[in-house]
Design a protein around this ligand. Structure first.
Ligand code: NAD
Length: 361
């Protein structure tokens, strides 16, 4: 029982729908992971199609040698959203996640939050949905085989999104830590995906029409060298998402047509940081809107240089907000003060004290 205002039932507006990790898992289970991924992709596409209505800025980072914490805000003029997210590649050594997050969606007209949610699971879902959405426009038609280099927390979600949205049936997996690949194979058993584990990245990418790189290391890594990438392939490069952290050899970029979310952010954080500041790129929203071409030839190498942008998280928050009335899987969080008289905030504190609420023993 909360003590918000004497003699007044707390208004529903004072409680913010809160989705815990437990409830996020229940929400995913309620509609199924593949329906969740494709529903989320629809919301992302919808928001990319109204790209110009968003207030867009690169995310705001706080760097440490071990990783980064970032705030990702955006608004469409009616609703504001932000995500708090970290990226700490060394965390798994201590049993911690590399990426965790939470986020808020708010009504811009009152400033009141309308959703507060965990975004560790939701980020993995939105990243996968976003990758598969891009691949629908960029991958070779009829692609059935995807190599996935880096078999950590994001990888299962990536595989499932490419299965349900792109038609991938075969996964060729590689990780420097073979236990990670075994874990991925175990989780995807029964998913309908035919997964094979390889001992080298060279073997893993053989014959794959799509290559996903989703490794975590805070350095200029070379997960793929130039000679590994043949014509016609689509590369879904997800792991390089921070200054000083990349996955592809620069020569691959020079042979590819590069597609990005928001160039101002990708040039600082993505594979693009290896190229000149004016290197030509195509913005994905323009491809979705039919204003720019996606894949135009069988021999073209398309590269989605994905870093994760605030509009995708905004779409994910909207998707969860709209899902909650159907599933009911959330709690009411006592986050906002709700005095009888909105100006009598201290009076509410006084009355709570007089009633002995929270008094020290
Ligand atoms: P994770 O730590 O759970 O998994 C990373 C995996 O990469 C590990 O299994 C590790 O062994 C493997 N790995 C590291 N170096 C490798 C190499 N040279 N070759 C093969 N495998 C290697 O991390 P995660 O949560 O899966 O995230 C992976 C990366 O994706 C991180 O860098 C994260 O920041 C990034 N990410 C990007 C987005 C985006 O929107 N672009 C979103 C979420 C996460």
């Amino acid at each position: 029982m909360t003590f918000k205002a004497a003699g007044k039932a707390p208004s529903d507006l004072a409680f913010v729908p809160f989705v815990s990790v437990d409830n996020m898992m229940k929400n995913v289970a309620a509609i199924g992971v593949e329906a969740f991924l494709s529903g989320l992709a629809d919301y992302i596409e919808e928001d990319f199609l109204r790209w110009e209505s968003f207030d867009k800025k690169p995310r705001i980072p706080a760097h440490a040698p071990q990783g980064v914490i970032e705030l990702m805000p955006t608004s469409d003029g009616e609703t504001f959203g932000f995500k708090y997210v970290n990226g700490h590649p060394g965390n798994t050594r201590d049993g911690l996640q590399t990426v965790t997050g939470f986020g808020v969606l708010s009504d811009l007209s009152t400033g009141y939050p309308v959703l507060f949610t965990e975004m560790t699971i939701l980020t993995a879902l939105r990243t996968a949905a976003n990758s598969a959405l891009a691949a629908k426009h960029l991958a070779p038609e009829g692609a059935t085989t995807m190599a996935i280099i880096g078999n950590g927390a994001q990888s299962d979600f990536q595989c499932l999104a490419f299965k349900s949205m792109v038609g991938i049936t075969k996964i060729r997996a590689y990780d420097i830590d073979s236990d990670a690949s075994v874990r991925l194979a175990r989780n995807l058993a029964g998913s309908g995906l035919d997964l094979t584990i390889f001992k080298t990245p060279e073997e893993a990418i053989e014959g794959a029409e799509i290559i996903t790189t989703v490794t975590a290391d805070k350095k200029y890594a070379t997960i793929l060298t130039d000679n590994m990438v043949g014509p016609g392939v689509h590369i879904n490069a997800i792991g390089g998402d921070c200054p000083g952290k990349t996955e592809l050899h620069r020569d691959i970029l020079l042979r590819s047509d590069i597609f990005v979310e928001f160039p101002d952010q990708t040039r600082v954080e993505g594979e693009l940081q290896q190229l000149a500041a004016d290197h030509p790129v195509t913005e994905l929203w323009q491809v979705y809107a039919g204003k720019a071409s996606g894949r135009v030839s069988d021999s073209q190498i398309t590269l989605f240089d994905g870093v994760g942008f605030a509009v995708e998280d905004f779409a994910a928050l909207r998707f969860v907000r709209d899902l909650l009335p159907k599933t009911g899987h959330h709690e009411k969080l006592d986050l906002l003060a709700d005095p009888d008289d909105p100006r009598d905030l201290y009076g509410m504190v006084l009355r709570a004290g007089a009633a002995g609420n929270g008094a020290a023993a």
